[in-house]
Write a protein that binds this ligand. Structure first.
Ligand code: ATR
Length: 276
């Protein structure tokens, strides 16, 4: 068996062990996948211990994705752009970092929700870690226009500046604004803010939605409920972050094992499991 795990704090309710166990069973790969609660001040030690035990790689979740990006010996271009890693792979003592959150988000929208981003107008709410992880892969799909709106507009501006070249190469109009400065309507609205965790309302006016827009939250379960209700009430199609979670895991599994697991099947199974 090759050993992997998810590291986070908290990590108790992580669905990653369940998802990777299904991927392993369906592909026949000899993968054992656990979870590790890492002390808030002990991330580097936690990773090094797992490397010393012979672990092959791990997923990184809240709040360690930024620390992971500075701990690694090498990182992919997309992890460098996001300045965050959700995947580590170990080659001997060498720790390689990657970020599959963005491609997971894009895969879920394009394959599972069947909305192609090319030529569309997309509004990204938030400019923290979750938003940073997805902006690069979104731009690579060449939408027409991407607006990043954040409570702290300076953070949105910094994120947009870091991605300006990528947007220019793809011919994408990319802009940073304050939450109350959003103009126009959008085919896709992606919520990468943590506003629902503090019980706040959706931090943008519903007029940003085109009729039938796809409104995605990057959270799932109770944390996404408020956003999905808002989407429904304003004529949009709501989508939670469960598909993104499964798709980022599938990308990680493919990177580690060289085998692509049947992610849409596992997403269906996970939804059924959570509805029990
Ligand atoms: P994550 O890694 O989950 O993205 P984060 O890096 O702390 O977490 O980012 C949280 C995001 O949610 C930020 O964009 C934050 O806005 P600020 O940059 O202004 O802090 C946003 N956010 C959190 N609470 C919010 C609220 N009540 N209303 C609007 N935006 C909120």
């Amino acid at each position: 068996m090759d050993h992997y795990c998810v590291m986070g704090n908290p990590v108790e309710h992580s669905k990653s062990p369940w998802i990777h166990a299904r991927f392993a069973a369906l592909t026949g790969e000899p993968v054992a996948y656990g979870k590790r609660l890492i002390p808030l001040d002990g991330f580097a030690t936690g990773v090094r211990e797992f490397v010393a035990e012979g672990g092959k790689g791990c997923n990184i979740t809240v709040p360690f994705k930024f620390q992971a990006a500075s701990l690694v010996s090498r990182r992919s271009a997309r992890a460098a752009l996001a300045d965050a890693c959700n995947i580590l792979s170990f080659e001997g003592e060498t720790i390689i970092g990657d970020n599959t959150d963005g491609i997971g988000f894009v895969m879920d929208i394009e394959r599972n929700a069947e909305v192609l981003l090319a030529g569309r107008d997309l509004l990204l709410l938030g400019a923290g870690g979750a938003a940073a992880g997805v902006l690069g892969p979104i731009l690579e799909r060449r939408p027409r226009r991407v607006v990043v709106a954040n409570r702290t507009v300076a953070k949105a501006k910094a994120l947009v500046e870091r991605h300006a070249m990528l947007a220019q190469v793809g011919g994408v109009e990319l802009q940073a604004v304050a939450l109350d400065g959003v103009t126009g309507q959008f085919d896709v609205v992606a919520n990468a803010t943590a506003s629902s965790l503090s019980g706040s309302d959706v931090p943008v006016d519903a007029r940003v939605l085109t009729p039938g827009a796809l409104a995605c939250d990057m959270m799932y379960g109770p944390a996404a409920a408020g956003f999905l209700k808002w989407a429904r009430e304003h004529g949009a199609v709501g989508r939670d972050g469960l598909g993104m979670l499964v798709e980022q895991a599938a990308e990680a599994f493919a990177l580690w094992r060289g085998v692509r697991p049947p992610s849409a099947q596992v997403l269906g199974e996970l939804r059924a499991e959570m509805a029990k």
